[in-house]
Design a protein. Structure first.
Length: 386
């Protein structure tokens, strides 16, 4: 890899031992993927916000960074908190390092957004910006919907990029890897975007799918992408005539597609919960709910009362807006719990072993004891829709 004089000097140790180690990590990461150079980044997003025991090495690295007084070089947002104080188990057994982790993140200068939908307000990239983000759902949205450029970085790589301000140029930073690979045809009567994302992730694994035109909303793109990035290793998708790098099929593909697949209504419906399984806890918001998404769902609970525990999980800045809206009170009146944590982390340990019902394909993929339902299925489970 060819480094410029500034990068060489950091690697040599001119900015201290820890900065040199961070640069060495970034360089080795790039070399492993055949990168020829490092490029400056506009922002970073860190996924390491759960203070669990196995993150000891991560916390040790953050301590070293803080001990040399280093701070992030670019605006750097962070993923949600994990519901540390939700119950006894989370506080005393699972997330025992939470407070020290948050202190360290503050000390290196992160923006304390604590949200995986950072691209909505706290960290909004422009088309073509090069980033070093972790968090698969945010990476997916940045690449696919905003046309920014980031690989699916891991925890620690994201930190090393944030404090050096550089990332290796390979993968989704390069035009060649952003082109469509698999053409996706839809034979669907009723769209269920998270289910479509889940099915596509399983089918295309790590390729770049191009979905034939469908007028997805921004909320649907978010929830479809989050599911796809979990059930597969997908970091980017296109929708013909909708996402910025897919104005038409000819432009998005570099020649004929590798493969054409068709997703049917039966594929989507196969994921759905049966009526007899509709008991447990209903959770909306993975990826976390945005303000607009929350208002649309909250409307459906007005003057009703949930029959089983029901949670809305919003990004903190979106929750601030929601609290000022009359629907916030209505939501509480309906018996809904409103949280700003990551529900997947918060509910990873459940003493009562209650099943979760959710319209999130990401929770379905990662968590045991989860049933998937469309938004209407979830409302039926709550008892507010017949
Ligand atoms: Fe976000 Fe947590 Fe789901 S980080 S995408 S709410 S797993």
């Amino acid at each position: 890899m060819k480094l410029n004089p500034e990068q060489e000097s950091i690697l040599k140790g001119d900015n201290g031992r820890v900065m040199a180690m961070a640069m060495e990590t970034v360089v080795k990461y790039g070399e492993a993927f055949g990168a020829k150079k490092l490029v400056p980044i506009k922002s970073a997003h860190l996924a390491g916000t759960f203070g669990i025991g196995p993150y000891r090495a991560y916390i040790q690295v953050l301590r070293q960074i803080v001990s040399e007084g280093l701070r992030v070089k670019v605006p750097t947002t962070v993923n949600p908190k994990p519901g540390y104080d939700l119950n006894f188990i989370n506080r005393h057994i699972v997330f025992t390092n939470q407070q020290s982790l948050e202190q360290l993140l503050t000390a290196i200068g992160i923006t304390p957004n604590y949200s995986c939908v950072c691209y909505e307000k706290a960290n909004v990239p422009s088309f073509g910006d090069r980033l070093a983000w972790a968090e698969s759902s945010a990476v997916q949205f940045a690449n696919s919907v905003l046309g920014a450029r980031t690989n699916r970085n891991s925890i620690l790589i994201d930190v090393c990029c944030a404090i050096t301000g550089f990332t290796p140029e390979f993968g989704y930073l390069l035009d060649a890897h952003r082109r469509g690979q698999i053409l996706v045809k839809l034979n669907i009567k009723k769209m269920d975007a998270p289910a479509l994302g889940y099915v596509l992730g399983r089918k295309v694994v790590d390729k770049v799918p191009v979905i034939e035109h469908y007028p997805f909303t921004r909320i649907e793109l978010k929830n479809m992408g989050g599911s796809m990035a979990a059930s597969g290793g997908v970091a980017m998708f296109h929708v013909e005539g909708l996402t910025p790098e897919a104005p038409d099929m000819k432009t998005v593909f570099d020649g004929p597609p590798m493969e054409t697949i068709t997703v049917t209504q039966e594929d989507l419906d196969a994921l759905r919960i049966r009526k007899s399984e509709m008991s447990g806890i209903v959770i909306f918001g993975c990826p976390q709910m945005t303000y607009e998404e929350t208002l649309a769902i909250a409307e459906r609970f007005v003057n009703k009362r949930v029959e089983i525990p029901t949670w809305f999980c919003l990004a903190p800045d979106e929750l601030t807006l929601f609290k000022a809206h009359y629907l916030y009170g209505k939501t509480l009146d309906a018996g809904i719990t409103v949280s700003q944590d990551c529900p997947l982390a918060a509910f990873s340990m459940r003493l009562n072993r209650k099943r979760i019902i959710t319209p999130s394909g990401k929770m379905l993929y990662y968590l045991k004891g989860v049933n998937y339902g469309t938004e209407d299925d979830c409302l039926r489970a709550c008892g507010v829709l017949q």
